[in-house]
Design a protein around this ligand. Structure first.
Ligand SMILES: Cc1cc2nc3c(=O)[nH]c(=O)nc-3n(C[C@H](O)[C@H](O)[C@H](O)COP(=O)(O)OP(=O)(O)OC[C@H]3O[C@@H](n4cnc5c(N)ncnc54)[C@H](O)[C@@H]3O)c2cc1C
Length: 413
């Protein structure tokens, strides 16, 4: 990967103003956003003979060594396979990978649990801290020929028009990039999507999710628990730890209540969480930082069109409760990369070529997006009929082998 730092640093200087206006930088593909989806996609294009510019708002140091962001990403077997094929898997330290052997879903104070075990497999999936996935993907992209990184720059404007190369991206420092294809990987609140005039169905849920690591007395046994309690949802995720006494604690509440939790001292926070967990874990101690994420789900009206494509959260912003966001993002970027490679020298920005990505990724995403949203509605509705319905749903789910098979296939596929 070539860094364009020297050249673009000069763009801000007076003598280069004219140069910056007239000398557009030309690439086959401009990827906006070096999050996990943008990085994975860039890597998937290795060997395709395409020049790629990767534009990212964060600076290079933050990409090379991303800070812990609280997210522990549950990865399916398919995602593990994909990370291996991208040469990223071996760059994630083995001691930071936590096996997921069983998942339990609990409803309120009911002792009943819907459980999913690994069956014949050794594990349902794995949990890996998000920043380590980002770091591993950055490492593989860093050595990739044909890739130019423009870090510490944000996209100011972005249009697709005229004949190829149709894409024109102007950065906040005035640099202009021309590309046959613009790929938006700039999060569920994608500015590029807006600039390109792509509509989005966005549901701001008014709730936030707080994530942090906590030490506790009980061993977690590599079991993940999703507990839909009244007015709060709690997930306890097993973190890799030799004594199995560290979990990622994920709590979803109304946004102001999360803000209150964030303000508590570490000691007061531990006391409050023990109260909220109602004895499920004791001896709680906060390890490291707390992170809050406002919850919004998004579904883009289009995933691709003439000269552009959307990947990762920019295409589909899943509710994190079913842990599908990045798994789906990985799948989508693989689909898009295959479509571009199969164009074999044809126009990679043409709507005709990109239609296959649009169709295939929509088909793969729609059931997961709708299914997850239905689950969230069922489990967060507080009316007595809704509470009855979810108790019944859990029991029916546990008793229905095909249902459990489908859910398990989703977890382990
Ligand atoms: C609490 C939590 C738990 C989760 N757990 C799971 C899980 O268990 N399993 C799972 O599969 N998924 C999970 N997810 C979802 C997963 O984190 C996301 O799907 C994933 O991070 C999306 O990656 P992305 O690259 O599309 O977007 P992002 O990670 O949002 O990255 C977008 C990048 O674009 C950059 N950017 C934005 N705008 C611009 C601009 N204008 N110019 C330049 N750069 C820009 C940003 O700096 C950022 O680096 C979870 C999410 C949360 C919040």
């Amino acid at each position: 990967m070539r860094s364009i730092k020297e050249r673009t640093n000069r763009l801000g200087q007076e003598e280069d103003q004219e140069f910056s206006m007239h000398d557009d930088l030309m690439f086959d593909v401009a990827v906006v956003g070096a999050g996990p989806a943008g990085l994975a996609f860039t890597r998937s294009l290795a060997g395709a003979g395409l020049t790629v510019v990767l534009i990212e708002g964060q600076d290079e140091a933050a990409l090379r060594d991303p800070a812990f962001d609280g997210r522990e990403i549950a990865l399916t077997h398919n995602s593990i396979r994909l990370l291996k094929s991208l040469d990223a898997w071996d760059r994630i330290p083995a001691q930071d990978i936590s096996d997921l052997r069983e998942a339990r879903v609990l409803d309120g104070g009911s002792p009943f649990a819907l459980t999913f075990d690994a069956g014949g497999a050794d594990r349902l999936g794995v949990l890996i801290p998000n920043h380590l996935i980002r770091r591993a993907l950055f490492e593989v992209v860093e050595g990739q020929p044909g890739v130019t990184l423009m870090a510490g720059r944000r996209v100011a404007t972005c249009v697709v028009q005229g004949a190829a190369p149709r894409g024109r991206v102007v950065l906040d420092d005035g640099a202009t990039i021309r590309a046959k294809l613009i790929v938006a990987a700039d999060s569920r609140f994608s500015g590029v999507r807006d600039q390109l005039g792509v509509g989005v169905e966005m549901n701001r849920l008014g709730r936030s999710m707080m994530v942090c690591r906590m030490r506790h007395d009980q061993a977690h046994g590599h079991v993940a628990t999703e507990w839909f309690d009244h007015r709060q949802t709690v997930a306890l995720l097993p973190v890799a730890d030799s004594q199995e006494r560290v979990s990622s604690v994920v709590i979803t509440l109304a946004a102001p209540a999360i803000a209150d939790l964030m303000r508590l001292s570490p000691q007061a926070f531990a006391v409050e969480m023990e109260r909220r967990l109602k004895g499920r874990l004791t001896g709680l101690e906060l390890i490291g930082t707390r992170h809050a994420y406002p919850l919004a789900t998004t579904w883009s009206r289009r995933f691709a069109g003439e000269g552009f494509a959307l990947i990762g959260d920019a295409a589909v912003g899943m509710h994190p409760v079913t842990a599908h966001g990045f798994n789906l993002g990985l799948r989508g970027q693989e689909t898009l990369a295959k479509v571009l490679k199969s164009a074999r020298g044809g126009d990679i920005g043409s709507e005709r070529v990109l239609a296959r990505y649009e169709r295939d990724h929509r088909l793969a995403s729609w059931p997961l997006y709708q299914g997850t949203n239905a689950l969230v509605r069922l489990f967060t509705e507080e009316t007595p009929p809704a509470r009855l319905a979810r108790g019944a749903a859990l029991r029916a789910g546990q008793a229905t082998a095909p249902f459990k098979r489908v859910v398990k296939r989703m977890l382990t596929a």
